[in-house]
Design a protein around this ligand. Structure first.
Ligand SMILES: Cc1cc2nc3c(=O)[nH]c(=O)nc-3n(C[C@H](O)[C@H](O)[C@H](O)COP(=O)(O)OP(=O)(O)OC[C@H]3O[C@@H](n4cnc5c(N)ncnc54)[C@H](O)[C@@H]3O)c2cc1C
Length: 357
């Protein structure tokens, strides 16, 4: 294989894992280097895939292309790794009278027909939930068991000899020759998939960041029955196993670290108690940082001055839905020379910070 087809990927979270697969699908040879020490945002995430913004009942930007790509990619990766991590599950929203009217109105929009089912009688037990008579159901939704996904992808990469578990030091990158070199090895491209740690990358430290800290709880309950349905009402309640549920998430723009806080726990419990009546116990509390951009669009593409250096990042809270489509786009730009979408291109921020004169 020619050196130009070798691609070094920094980070094995959701972005790096999906890019490694997309690279291999496009005939490239990926090597992934991942620092195992900092907590990955991906391992904290609930992994929800929801093509609808439930507050406004609008379709998520590019959901029509991203959702089919996500569903087919995760199914293919499950077959490839022999593990199950993607679960098709409906998301339900309790509808008060105003929300019911809004849901019915939105259902008239042709573009939402595939995503919003007609309001229906509430299937949740009113002994267990502070429910409303009617609920709305989102179609095409589900969740990725992110922990199983990461392990499966790490096992696949390890079996191929494509994974190094260590920190990539940016100072070790040599850009003096025609191709970038790392530790004496040349690569056609180097792509950074560092999640919210990208702020420490000296080649991309000009990118604006609007990262958000999020906290989630895992609870257990002997009585709560959800039959695999996901519930969303300000927060989500996601059944992940018999008697076990994930509850989240919070959003904070300050104190960016991965430490769970008492404030976050109280906020989630307060909101949960407006949904669930029955007793439950908290068995886990975790925090992570979502890599989010100011315009809330993901970022991908090539450095304006060093075009062999690239980035796949800014997944925000929709990485599981958008990631496969984004990774495929970036891998194709290497393999086929196709341009990346202007709305996603990392260079949109370079223009913003160019000097005025
Ligand atoms: C509480 C919470 C709930 C969430 N819920 C959802 C959800 O329901 N649905 C959804 O789609 N998204 C959700 N998200 C967001 C989602 O987790 C992220 O958008 C996504 O996982 C980011 O993936 P990533 O690969 O960019 O970053 P990460 O998962 O953080 O991975 C980055 C990797 O890069 C490595 N790395 C960084 N620097 C270096 C270096 N110099 N050398 C080597 N390795 C390096 C890190 O160690 C890490 O392994 C949630 C996030 C949080 C915090």
């Amino acid at each position: 294989m020619e050196t130009s087809q070798k691609i070094l990927i920094v980070g094995q979270g959701l972005a790096g894992s999906l890019l490694a697969d997309a690279a291999a699908q496009n005939g490239l040879l990926p090597t992934v280097v991942d620092d195992p020490r900092p907590p990955k945002s991906t391992s904290v995430a609930a992994g929800l895939v929801n093509p609808i913004v439930l507050r406004s009942l609008n379709k998520v930007w590019k959901a029509d292309v991203a959702l089919p790509e996500a569903v087919s990619t995760y199914a293919r990766l499950e077959a490839m790794t022999g593990r199950q991590f993607f679960h098709h599950r409906p998301i339900f929203k309790f509808l008060n009278s105003n929300e019911l009217k809004a849901w019915q109105k939105k259902m008239g929009e042709a573009s939402l027909l595939d995503y919003l089912a007609p309001p229906e009688e509430n299937p949740f037990d009113s002994q267990e939930f502070h429910s409303t008579p009617q609920v709305g159901r989102v179609l095409g939704s589900g969740y990725l068991d992110t922990q199983v996904f990461l392990e499966a992808m790490a096992d696949w990469l390890t079996a191929k000899g494509w994974l190094a578990r260590e920190r990539f030091e940016h100072a070790e990158l040599d850009l003096s020759g025609p191709l970038p070199q790392w530790r004496g090895q040349a690569f056609g491209r180097i792509v950074f998939c560092e999640g919210w740690h990208h702020a420490r990358n000296p080649y991309f430290d000009w990118l604006p960041s609007n990262s958000t800290k999020g906290e989630v709880l895992a609870i257990e309950s002997d009585s709560l029955r959800m039959d695999g349905r996901i519930l969303s009402k300000g927060i989500f309640v996601l059944p992940v196993g018999p008697g076990r549920f994930k509850v989240g998430a919070t959003y904070r723009w300050d104190d960016l670290d991965c430490e769970p806080t008492e404030e976050g726990r109280e906020e989630l419990l307060r909101k949960l108690q407006t949904i669930v009546k029955g007793p439950f116990r908290v068995v886990e509390h975790r925090a992570g940082v979502r890599p989010t951009t100011p315009d809330r669009r993901p970022i991908l593409g090539w450095h304006p001055l060093y075009p062999s250096l690239g980035l796949l990042n800014g997944f925000g809270s929709r990485g599981v839905l958008m990631g496969p489509w984004l990774a495929a786009q970036l891998a194709e730009s290497v393999a086929k020379g196709s341009p990346v979408m202007a709305e996603l291109d990392v260079r949109r921020f370079w223009v913003d910070q160019a000097p005025d004169d």
